[in-house]
Design a protein. Structure first.
Length: 295
């Protein structure tokens, strides 16, 4: 639903979610897990997580698609529909993994961001990867202009949506990812980003260096495997927000693939042992929709 057509009650609910989301970043550390569909979103809310974030990889796999840097109009429309579906299904704030903003120019980013804000999100992220292996990152002036365009689009909307800027240096194999991430994140903070994000660092030293570089603004850390550090450890390093990207979707795919492969290769039902009972999941989804869900 476009917010310009929303009811006063819906407007109030969105305002409350966005205010709550901003407050989460002002102190302590929280985990923002990444559902890949409505069912996983409802379950994560059921567990008590205070906010959720979409995952481009998890959603792509659920649609039988690869996770790519496709910035076509059809890819944008698919992602917007997914984001809107998650936002409408839960009561908690949702932040959108909005890839690189769907278009090379700042005005493209601004248009896409305006459409994302209209889904009801409390936050969204813009990354600086180009999808071109020969030049995988936007030059810094262009990347900064894109972040600034996203900031201006949010401000024009009149809605309190947090902007996360992502430096993809670790992901694209930059020769000095920590130094370049710090350079970029500092520039993105100056361009209006509320939250800074450099997916990839795993060592305590790199994580702490990034936290200190962007302070007092919050750092989002991506954890997609067991890195030997707990949520408590990461909080002690100063991390404010922890996401898991497509890792929960991969965990689901891992169980499914192993059970299916065992059934096919061995004719064995061993992969179906110790399943969560049908009644438990069915009971969860038999309850009424969340009271604040956008319907």
């Amino acid at each position: 639903m476009n917010q310009s057509q929303s009811s006063p009650t819906l407007h109030d609910a969105l305002t409350e979610r966005r205010s709550a989301f901003r407050s989460l970043h002002e102190r302590g550390c929280f985990v923002i897990p990444n559902p890949w569909d409505v069912g996983s979103a409802r379950y994560l809310q059921h567990l008590g997580f205070p906010a959720l974030a979409t995952t481009s990889a998890g959603f792509a796999f659920s649609q039988g698609l690869p996770d790519t840097d496709d910035d076509s109009a059809s890819a944008r429309d698919r992602n917007l529909a997914y984001i809107a579906g998650i936002t409408a299904a839960v009561d908690v704030p949702v932040s959108a993994d909005f890839m690189s903003g769907y278009g090379p120019e700042p005005e493209d980013v601004a248009e896409s961001v305006a459409r994302c804000v209209a889904t009801g999100v409390a936050g969204l992220s813009i990354e600086d990867s180009t999808g071109d292996s020969t030049s995988p990152l936007y030059d810094l002036p262009a990347a900064v202009a894109r972040v600034r365009a996203a900031r201006q689009a949010i401000d024009r909307s009149g809605h309190d949506v947090l902007l996360t800027a992502r430096a993809e240096c670790y992901h694209v194999g930059h020769p000095d990812p920590l130094r370049e991430s710090v350079r970029r994140l500092e520039a993105y903070a100056a361009a209006g980003a509320d939250v800074l994000f450099a997916p990839g660092p795993q060592s305590a030293a790199d994580i702490k260096a990034l936290v200190e570089a962007v302070a007092p603004k919050p750092l989002n850390l991506l954890v997609v495997r067991d890195i030997g550090l707990s949520v408590e450890d990461l909080a002690a390093l100063g991390v404010r927000r922890i996401s898991v990207g497509g890792a929960l979707a991969l965990a689901a795919w891992t169980g499914f693939m192993r059970a299916a492969e065992t059934l096919k290769s061995e004719g064995s039902f061993a992969g179906l042992a110790n399943l969560v009972p049908y009644a438990e999941i069915n009971g969860l989804f038999s309850t009424s929709a969340p009271q604040g869900a956008l319907r």
